[in-house]
Ligand binder design. Structure first.
Ligand code: SF4
Length: 342
């Protein structure tokens, strides 16, 4: 497919975008810090959920310099509940780098070197903020393109990723990169949705290969689903003298840098005996399921009130109960111990 083959798509989609595009605060003022923040927060997160986080971040740290100067624990705490915590750590690291540079990098080639920024985010910032002709390829774009051209190549293969990246680049009107990228994403989010796409309302339906036979939901094609590993966690909320034992999770596993109460992981399909000092522990919840991208966690929660502080491994510290909310805790722990309303 040559570049000119796609020109007929530009006017209808850009016209639709001008009428129906989503009004988002980082679009009305596409300042790079605000756009970057939105892109990092919205990865793996619906806009309806991520918006409140974006607003809280902008309110707490209105500029990249302010974010760079923030305490990492504060950043993690504000991120709490969004999951994928490495994103928050990279966000903070990148803010420090940008602050040291003195200005936000302005080209795709520079932006992609920031921690936590991949091709999608770099293309979004470079096109939205600096008008660079870079095509974004996110889940929405995969879906729209795969349907528009009835592409059978699985999107989760190297070949598929190259094909979609090249097609997205060829289809992009270079002088309207920002609007085009946003239009493609909005079409995927609002009209060409994963289930029940609104093909009758679609500005591209006369050009769409799957519209005539109603097979939109067969696209995009995926080779295979990610296999999820199941893990069993037992948490003990150990309270003594108005304090609770918490530890910071180490690296090399989920939730690196977040805090958690005493925890035991059960391997295989066995059960775990509680430690002797936990005699009298009360079971609060059993088998609570928590699904991550590659893991399914099943967790039990106990509470125990000890007269004397038991001897725990060295990485636990005793935190006054009225200070627990200053510590970033995984969503699962918050739910297990009813530390959250949602
Ligand atoms: S006609 Fe339907 S399937 Fe085709 S691009 Fe539009 S919404 Fe998607």
């Amino acid at each position: 497919m040559s570049k000119t083959d796609h020109n007929h798509l530009h006017a209808p989609l850009l016209g639709w975008f001008a009428r129906h595009g989503r009004e988002l605060p980082w679009r009305t003022d596409p300042e790079p810090y605000r756009v970057w923040l939105s892109e990092i927060i919205m990865q793996q997160t619906r806009i309806s959920q991520g918006m409140a986080y974006w607003q809280r971040f902008v309110a707490a740290w209105p500029t990249v310099d302010r974010l760079a100067g923030a305490d990492e624990q504060q950043v993690m705490r504000l991120w709490q509940g969004l999951g994928y915590y490495s994103r928050a750590r990279n966000l903070h690291r990148a803010a420090k780098l940008i602050a040291a540079m003195g200005a936000f990098p302005q080209t795709y080639a520079e932006i992609i070197r920031l921690p936590g920024v991949g091709p999608y985010t770099a293309a979004a910032i470079a096109s939205l903020c600096f008008g660079e002709a870079q095509a974004v390829v996110d889940g929405n774009v995969y879906r729209v393109l795969s349907r528009l051209y009835a592409i059978a190549t699985p999107i989760d293969t190297t070949q598929g990723q190259r094909l979609f990246r090249d097609l997205a680049r060829d289809i992009l009107p270079p002088d309207r990169a920002a609007d085009w990228n946003q239009a493609m994403m909005d079409l995927g989010a609002m009209v060409c949705t994963p289930r029940n796409p609104q093909c009758g309302e679609c500005p591209l339906n006369v050009y769409c290969a799957v519209y005539p036979d109603g097979t939109a939901e067969n696209h995009p094609v995926k080779q295979g689903k990610v296999k999820q590993r199941e893990r069993r966690f037992i948490y003990l909320w150990v309270e003594c003298g108005g304090c609770v034992a918490l530890r910071r999770r180490p690296g090399g596993d989920i939730w690196q840098g977040l805090w958690e109460p005493y925890m035991m992981e059960v391997t295989g399909c066995g059960t775990a005996a509680l430690p002797p000092w936990a005699e009298g522990a009360v079971l609060l919840r059993s088998g609570m399921k928590h699904v991550l991208s590659h893991q399914v966690l099943l967790a039990d929660a106990y509470r125990v009130e000890a007269d004397r502080r038991p001897t725990l491994p060295g990485d636990y510290r005793w935190v006054p109960l009225n200070e627990v909310d200053r510590y970033g805790l995984p969503r699962l722990v918050q739910k297990l111990f009813a530390l959250t309303d949602t």
